[in-house]
Design a protein around this ligand. Structure first.
Ligand SMILES: *[C@@H]1O[C@H](CO)[C@@H](O)[C@H](O)[C@H]1NC(C)=O
Ligand SMILES: *[C@@H]1O[C@H](CO)[C@@H](O)[C@H](O)[C@H]1NC(C)=O
Ligand SMILES: *[C@@H]1O[C@H](CO)[C@@H](O)[C@H](O)[C@H]1NC(C)=O
Length: 384
């Protein structure tokens, strides 16, 4: 019972945090959001409220009315609408950083444009439709001396870091296999959700598989050498609703990923529970994580050394950072702002990590025959 009360308190405070006062000696980083995206409140708007150096200043949408309604609802000062809205927001001298939660197929174009305009970018995952585009974005960010981060928020939360520390401690010996899942029941994503649209970068492997692949690579600590097998269920000819892939990794490690945007009910009638679990089998034991992706509401880390009793760990805060109600996005914002301010972040997801993740996604699509999602038609001006 008390754990349910604390769960409710964490979720409530996460959504309505005590608003932080600006710091007298640090100018806040002003964000502009591209698109009135449903993810923006949890990913940036709510986290920014409790960060003394983050302000969500502007939003742009193709429809001015939509942008205005979103701005009103979320108390955002500035609205950009109409066909030039995105570019006007990017060009606004008031803005320091862009949050790009546009459909995957638009990530490359608008991130390149934002970087060209001198803005830091917090970019939703997966970084783009291809690894090549991902490389180009990071090269431009480096060239311009700007911060670009692919928003793998779970990596900034204490849970992923605690699990990594257990693995690295050697307590359980070397990793032998991993299984990372992210699957939700049918009905949460509407059939016309953009995640099912090939032309703008749809597919379960893109939207959810990107987490399972990232977590596989992070926990295994080595990169896959080959895709052993892929099974999928299709939503439409080029779009996977579900993907299961197996990989070979150095050190005789085998890994499985499972993602599904719309799990059908068991026996056609019993709705399935979300599967957000990860299991890491080591030579001398096993780690099971329940909810490694959004751990703030609830999670567990079950550590079972072979032949011994299990222990269950929780990790809501770092010893020197965070509050139990900080979401993974709030931890991510902490790191992003620190990086922009030239201070060391507690965790970072590097350029190499983001490029590699996209390469692995593309290798699975190559193996399955579905092929990479379409390249952007945007051609940046050659001076960049
Ligand atoms: C997919 O997205 C494109 C670009 O927004 C749109 O033109 C097309 O109608 C969409 N297709 C489906 C099946 O919704
Ligand atoms: C590789 O791993 C498999 C499965 O865990 C095991 O059966 C096999 O003996 C291992 N091979 C080597 C060379 O360690
Ligand atoms: C996820 O892990 C929890 C705790 O270990 C377990 O109770 C649950 O059955 C697992 N879910 C799936 C789908 O494997």
């Amino acid at each position: 019972m008390s754990s349910i009360i604390s769960l409710v308190q964490r979720v409530r405070t996460m959504q309505n945090p005590v608003e932080a006062k600006p710091l007298p000696d640090s100018k806040p980083i002003k964000f502009g959001i591209l698109g009135a995206a449903a993810i923006a409140p949890s990913a940036l708007i709510d986290p920014a409220k409790s960060h003394p150096e983050a302000v969500v200043y502007a939003v742009a949408a193709r429809s001015h009315d939509r942008a205005a309604a979103f701005a009103k609802k979320h108390n955002i000062e500035k609205v950009f609408g109409g066909p030039n809205g995105y570019q006007e927001l990017i060009d606004s001298p008031e803005i320091d950083a862009i949050y790009n939660p546009l459909p995957n197929g638009l990530h490359y174009e608008w991130t390149m444009k934002a970087l060209a305009a001198g803005k830091h970018v917090l970019l939703e995952k997966p970084a783009a439709n291809t690894a090549e585009e991902t490389r180009k974005m990071f090269e431009l960010a480096d060239h311009k001396g700007l911060v670009l981060l692919e928003a793998f928020h779970y990596r900034f939360h204490p849970v992923a870091n605690r699990v990594k520390a257990i693995i690295e401690s050697g307590e359980l010996g070397p990793v032998k296999s991993t299984k990372t899942s992210l699957a939700i029941p049918r009905g949460i994503m509407k059939p016309d959700d953009i995640r099912f649209n090939y032309s703008i970068g749809g597919g379960a492997l893109m939207d959810m598989g990107c987490y399972t692949i990232n977590a596989m690579r992070y926990f295994a600590g080595v990169e896959p050498t080959s895709v052993l097998s892929v099974e999928h269920d299709l939503d439409s000819p080029q779009v996977d609703r579900k993907t299961v892939a197996k990989f070979a990794l150095p050190g005789n490690i085998t890994s499985t990923i499972f993602c599904d945007l719309a799990m059908p009910p068991a026996l056609k009638i019993i709705p399935q529970l979300p599967d957000i679990n990860a299991t890491i089998e080591c030579e001398k034991g096993r780690i099971q994580i329940m909810n490694y992706v959004m751990p703030t509401a609830y999670h567990s880390i079950t550590v079972t050394p072979t032949g011994k009793k299990s222990r269950v760990e929780k990790a809501y805060t770092f010893p020197d950072l965070g509050e139990p109600w900080w979401s993974s996005y709030r931890y991510q914002l902490e790191a992003f702002i620190n990086k922009v301010k030239g201070r060391p972040p507690h965790v970072w997801v590097t350029k190499e990590d983001s490029i590699k993740n996209m390469e692995v996604i593309e290798s699975v699509y190559a193996k399955s025959g579905l092929g990479s999602r379409p390249k952007s038609e945007y051609v940046p001006p050659s001076s960049e």
